[in-house]
Design a protein around this ligand. Structure first.
Ligand SMILES: Cc1cc2nc3c(=O)[nH]c(=O)nc-3n(C[C@H](O)[C@H](O)[C@H](O)COP(=O)(O)OP(=O)(O)OC[C@H]3O[C@@H](n4cnc5c(N)ncnc54)[C@H](O)[C@@H]3O)c2cc1C
Length: 432
């Protein structure tokens, strides 16, 4: 019997330290620090000492295995840590595990040549530079087969031309990992490759940085990029030619579940605020907490968070057990599909319980609701993940050739009567 929902006492001590550090030292930063650029002096003055403290505590870059300078804790422990980090906007940066750098580090570690690792991976792991994953195009993101940005090999250089859209963090990145068509005549899933592009390469033109709903125009960090005759050495290919889909999958498996772990923390924060308000605000002579429809919001939110958390931790446990993302594809897709709904619903209920204050820009709920849509799109839309879940689940079933389902009651009854005929007849005789 090995079911166990308890945390080892030694690791719980680390979680307690982490929880206190995030609340006391990291959460306040979001009210004074906006610009994530590693060249921003204010960012460095505020963030670097905290990063040093995290390194001293041996909690830096915990998503990485020990061979890459992480602690090799595995995904369950990472899940318990990430749900604390999710509470604070700057916590992933302070702990060296912010997206998209984590996923980019993962593919560099997996597919990078020794030279690529030295030039890009090491400074990324040290937290000295930031990176960008440039895949989505304006004409379609959910179906990567329609991407058109292409790279042609001319002598010893790749020449890249095309448009990319929603390339998060490009403005602060030192390099971009760009998905490009290199094999136009190959079957659809073997046409594209990944190429490393230093951001300062001539021809990398950021047209504008798009923001999301709560940001003013010009404030965003999701770049619309034109790649105009961008030339990089042929050694900048990451992985094999035509292997971009496999490389992207390596990155997304971990990335999706890490987002989910942090989302537990964000949903819990909205939930905490909802409970505090319900116990503080009175209407018609009694606390909101006494109103049944407010109680329903609290009960539904608590249940949603618990179910989601268990699914995330169980999936993390399966990743640790199998060490193979393909074996956990269904679980990760289910987590990814559930994440935006839980976050949206809890944040929206918390917003509602706060009334006009809740919808105002003096509380974080509108921000959280928009972020729930971010979760529903980035790394692929919810619908696509539900399709994956359904396809994987259906592989475990067979149809029937019969006219009626195998569980059709008349047939089942007839079968049972035949099977137990002797007993039934004997019973009838006794009771006649
Ligand atoms: C905040 C944010 C950050 C992002 N960061 C990055 C990044 O760093 N790098 C990057 O490359 N991309 C990034 N993306 C882009 C993201 O990956 C795409 O938005 C996503 O893949 C969907 O592509 P699309 O927006 O073009 O939507 P479309 O492909 O146009 O799809 C639109 C809608 O159609 C529906 N739909 C799509 N496919 C199906 C289907 N098979 N069945 C049923 N319904 C379907 C869904 O409702 C979907 O939302 C980011 C997106 C957001 C919102």
């Amino acid at each position: 019997m090995s079911w166990d929902f308890e945390t080892e006492p030694e690791f719980q001590e680390k979680l307690d330290w982490l929880s206190n550090f995030v609340r006391e030292e990291v959460e306040p930063l979001e009210h004074v620090l906006k610009d994530a650029s590693p060249t921003n002096p204010l960012r460095n003055k505020l963030i670097k000492p905290l990063q040093e403290e995290v390194k001293k505590q041996k909690l830096w870059a915990c998503h990485l295995g020990a061979n890459l300078g992480g602690q090799g804790y595995g995904q369950v422990k990472l899940g318990l840590m990430n749900e604390i980090l999710g509470r604070a906007r700057w916590a992933p940066t302070v702990f060296g595990c912010q997206a998209p750098d984590t996923g980019n580090a993962e593919i560099l570690a997996h597919y990078g040549t020794p030279a690529q690792k030295e030039k890009y991976l090491q400074p990324l792991l040290n937290g000295d530079i930031l990176s960008c994953f440039s895949m989505t195009e304006p004409q379609g993101g959910a179906d990567p087969k329609v991407f058109q940005t292409k790279a042609v090999l001319e002598g010893d250089e790749w020449v890249i031309n095309g448009h990319k859209w929603f390339s998060s963090n490009a403005k602060n990145a030192s390099f971009l990992i760009v998905m490009v068509v290199t094999e136009p005549d190959a079957p659809p899933y073997q046409q594209q490759s990944m190429i490393l592009v230093p951001k300062e390469t001539p021809g990398v033109n950021i047209l504008r940085n798009v923001g999301v709903g709560y940001q003013a125009e010009g404030e965003g960090s999701h770049a619309y990029i034109h790649y105009d005759n961008v030339r990089v050495p042929k050694e900048n290919l990451l992985g094999e030619r035509g292997q971009a889909f496999a490389v992207a999958q390596t990155r997304l498996g971990g990335g999706r579940i890490h987002h989910a772990m942090r989302t537990i923390g964000q949903a819990q924060k909205a939930f905490d605020m909802m409970c505090e308000r319900a116990l503080s605000r009175e209407t018609q002579g009694e606390l909101l907490a006494k109103k049944q429809m407010v109680q329903e919001k609290i009960a539904d939110s608590w249940t949603d968070i618990q179910c989601f958390r268990l699914l995330v931790l169980q999936s993390a446990w399966k990743i640790d057990k199998y060490q193979d993302y393909l074996k956990v594809r269904k679980d990760i897709a289910a987590v990814k599909a559930m994440m935006p709904r839980v976050f949206h619903d809890v944040a929206a209920r918390a917003l509602q319980v706060h009334g006009s204050l809740g919808v105002s820009n003096e509380m974080p709920f509108a921000h959280q609701v928009i972020e729930s849509f971010h979760m529903a799109l980035a790394d692929g839309p919810t619908e696509v993940h539900k399709i994956t879940v359904a396809r994987q689940v259906l592989r475990e079933y067979n149809g029937t050739n019969g006219m009626f389902p195998t569980q059709h009651i008349p047939a089942k009854r007839e079968e049972a009567i035949k099977r137990f005929a002797d007993v039934i007849e004997a019973d009838l005789a006794v009771n006649a």
